[in-house]
Design a binder for this molecule. Sequence first.
Ligand SMILES: [Zn+2]
Ligand SMILES: [Zn+2]
Length: 343
Amino acid sequence: MQLYNKLSAKEREALLEEAGEDRLTLSFYAYAKIGNPELFRNHLFIAWDQMDVLGRIYVAHEGINAQLSVPARRFNEFKKFIDEIYFLENVRLNIAIEHDIKSFLKLKVKVRKKIVADGLNDDTFDVTNKGIHVDAARFNELINDPNTVLVDMRNHYESEIGHFKGAITPDVDTFRDSLDIIEEDLKDHKEDKNLVMYCTGGIRCEKASAYYKHKGFQNVYQLEGGIIEYTRQVENQQLENKFIGKNFVFDHRRAERISEDVIAQCHQCGKTCDTHVNCANEACHLLFIQCEECAEKMDNCCSTDCKEIHALPYEEQKALRKGKGASNKIFKKGRSKVLLYKQ
Ligand SMILES: [Zn+2]
Ligand SMILES: [Zn+2]
């Protein structure tokens, strides 16, 4: 039985192009108690591989977090399969607004310690004791209330290109850091203010809301389905859109445009721009914002050093990399001294 990917990303790309088939990009999550994540993981992989599902799925004792694409014609089959899993029956599927048949090139189902890396000891509080879920209409009302503190629970490189008007956007690299910052900022308002949170699809707020309730906050709300679902409801119900810029997403598309506002700037020249790229030097891979002119001038690199390395023959680049990991990948998303215009 095949339990892992056999095709490379390149081979998959060619296949997807050849098939030319419509695919739906979607995400969902659920907190649940999963006794044997390994077994559950294999169950998912076998079924989804057959359905031609591609994506990145994390399974842990605390639940599942999935980002994937599925051929449009097999969507019903896919839906039926997940509805048969008791804690996924009628789970909210966040379906992407913009579709790209190549949003994912592999099916990776991984067992992790947590579905949200939060550095928290969950035994100390009940993750399922979550805040009040609100839809887009109620969310708009709540954030108009002067008694509301609106908090973006995402990381700095996400809120930099788009966020709700008036939101606090902590300058953090991790979810854990923002939990602490918000708690400190709001410690005198645990009872009198509405703490309203949002994130990409809701998974981080769901845990954060349980955490803050545990910490004594009385009025904790979260945007149900996150920015993705908000955008859908705003369009369907013709509500006022209070989100400006782009929604950062975790697949090859990198972001979905929600409003025409461009609120960020090129990290190299300061020009108005909100296009994330990864430095073309494989050993660097820094995530940063780069305008088209700088991309051309810098050969898609973040610095002159990277540009020089990138210009070397591939074998020489490989020799230089030997023994060094791509450290920027994880720890320096959008942060580096070489980026002059990163505030
Ligand atoms: Zn530029
Ligand atoms: Zn670089």
